[in-house]
Design a binder for this molecule. Structure first.
Ligand SMILES: [Zn+2]
Length: 137
């Protein structure tokens, strides 16, 4: 736990939340600044700043919870569509440095999230990058 982390304070009951689900690894609650009705957050109980710092067993619990909660949230707000989003690092838009996943229910044409135009690589550059990444796994 980190003393100045808002999510750690929520888990410890120091800050109230609209809790949906919790188990020994995860905590899930409604976002107080939702992008859409039903926007929920799923976080690990332990304080890890980024996804790549989370132990594998915690990540597995997070993903299982994402599935369970996404099904319930989308039924509650009557839409079959949703985005799962996790920002890791300030340039990616991470505001709270305690890894978290957003479940954002979507409606057709709601404009909640806009995707930019894709980057175009020359084919050789694409394969070179894939090769570099494979070596780093
Ligand atoms: Zn924390």
């Amino acid at each position: 736990m980190s003393g100045d982390c808002i999510f750690c304070k929520i888990v410890q009951g120091e800050i109230p939340c609209s809790k949906i689900y919790a188990d020994k690894h995860v905590w899930d609650f409604l976002d107080i600044n939702p992008f859409s009705s039903g926007h929920a957050l799923v976080i690990p109980i332990g304080h890890y700043a980024r996804l790549d710092e989370c132990p594998d067993d915690v990540l597995l619990a997070l993903v299982k919870t994402l599935k369970k909660v996404a099904i319930a949230v989308t039924k509650a707000v009557k839409t079959p569509a949703y985005n799962i989003l996790s920002n890791n690092g300030r340039p990616a838009g991470q505001l709270i440095e305690h890894v978290h996943f957003h479940i954002i229910p979507r409606q057709a044409g709601d404009g909640v999230i806009k995707f930019s135009n894709p980057v175009r690589y020359p084919t050789a550059q694409l394969e070179e990058l894939a090769q570099t990444i494979r070596k780093l796994l």
